[in-house]
Design a protein around this ligand. Structure first.
Ligand SMILES: Cc1ncc(COP(=O)(O)O)c(C=O)c1O
Length: 399
């Protein structure tokens, strides 16, 4: 467990905490100073010192760090710009056969819904939706939707509205029994808990870096298991997607002006086949630095601290008599708690008014699914929770 001195030291690495109480890691997390400095250093390095050789190095290092974080091989990790990009890369890269189906559930964020419907329209597929019960997804309900024609089961590890955590191991078994792939949107779990792709049986996974990983927007990872890489033929390709030797060869042809308008021979057999076009190396350096920061603290310790904070918040909600749509049992929750303080947060104008009243008090949360979504990350304190509940109570008494 993190000691209170450690927590204070950690908090001093996030200058923004001098100004606000931040309980919105499920939306956008602040970055630690080291990540901000890594981005600035990267900009200086390439634009002041013109050291472009560093770009490939930082991308390689970041892939390795991301792979280490989720227990993958670095050849199974591609750098992407957002969760949505990764989901689309997988959804558009599968050689679909008409009549196949995709199983999702009714709690998914639209990023993990729309790309599947898009492919369904193009290829004559069926999207099957597993229904939740009081914010809970029973694995048995997935079993009822999965059949021999299921090609992909696409779920979030942790749901964005209520923080429900799915048992991926069990789901993976169900998907694999019929030869389907398990795709996971892991943006609400990586950085907050131990995500081990091997142990959980994940085939492919996408996550942006700007939430629980505390990295910058426009960064993220796409994981594709070695055995599955050949099954997903990228929709978009570029130089970077080719086998290393051919990438070099083609670049040589571009430089010398000899024969560069031509077909390619082979895509990379690694997840780099999903990388294309220029990207911001300073942002990649920022993501790597943020993850190194988390790893130094220790993901298991971060997970335990989040658990302690969520336990405390759930207990306080019970004392206040506020209802919650977050599961009560620890196994099925993570860093997100969603509660209703008796205020009506169904209309947009009410949400805006409530949100700005909290902002006036320097508190940042999110409203999702008509409730208050409070995120507890390792940098939060019990006092943040107390102040949030005090403010909510005061605002509720005003209306
Ligand atoms: C579960 C989930 N998936 C995807 C996204 C969007 O991710 P990105 O902006 O990285 O595409 C969000 C953002 O809130 C989310 O909560």
């Amino acid at each position: 467990m993190l000691s209170s001195e450690e927590v204070e030291r950690i908090r001093s690495d996030f200058p923004v905490f001098k100004k606000i109480i931040h309980m919105a890691a499920a939306g956008i997390s602040p970055m630690p100073i080291c990540a901000i400095e890594a981005i600035k250093d990267g900009i200086r390095r390439i634009y002041h010192n013109w050291d472009w050789s560093w770009v490939e190095e930082v991308k390689k290092n970041c892939r390795e760090t991301l792979a280490h974080l989720v227990n993958a091989d670095s050849d199974e990790v591609a750098l992407i710009r957002s969760t949505t990009e990764g989901i689309n890369a997988v959804a558009s890269g599968i050689a679909w056969k008409e009549g196949e189906n995709i199983v999702i559930d009714d709690l998914e964020y639209p990023a993990n819904v729309l790309p599947w419907y898009h492919q369904a329209k193009k290829h004559g597929l069926e999207v099957r939706i597993v229904k939740s019960e009081n914010g809970f997804l029973h694995t048995q309900a997935f079993q009822e939707k999965i059949d021999e024609r299921t090609r992909v089961v696409a779920v979030s590890h942790v749901q964005f509205v209520n923080g429900f955590r799915l048992d991926l191991k069990e789901l993976s078994k169900m998907a694999h029994e019929v030869g389907a792939l398990l795709f996971v949107d892991a943006i609400q779990s990586i950085g907050a808990m131990n995500v081990d792709v091997k142990e959980l049986g994940i085939d492919t996974m996408s996550a942006g870096g700007y939430k629980w990983m505390c990295g910058p927007a426009d960064t993220g990872l796409l994981y594709v298991k070695k055995e599955v890489l050949g099954e997903i033929n990228p929709q978009y390709i570029g130089f970077e997607s080719l086998k290393k030797e051919e990438e070099k060869e083609l670049w040589g042809e571009v430089v010398t002006g000899l024969g560069y308008v031509r077909d390619y021979k082979k895509l990379s057999s690694t997840a780099k086949r999903f990388e294309y076009g220029s990207r911001s190396a300073p942002l990649v350096a920022g993501l790597k630095s943020a993850i190194d920061y988390l790893l130094k603290i220790g993901i298991n310790r971060i997970e335990r601290r989040i658990e302690m904070l969520v336990d405390y918040l759930m207990k306080r909600l019970e004392e206040e008599g506020y209802s919650t749509i977050t599961p009560l049992d620890k196994k099925h929750r993570a860093g997100i708690v969603n509660f209703r303080p008796g205020l009506d947060l169904k209309r947009e104008e009410d949400v805006k008014r409530f949100d700005s009243k909290l902002k006036e008090r320097g508190i940042v949360i999110s409203i999702r699914g008509g409730g208050i979504r409070a995120s507890c990350h390792f940098f939060n304190k019990v006092e943040d929770i107390d102040k949030l509940l005090e403010a909510v109570k005061a605002i509720a008494n005003e209306v």
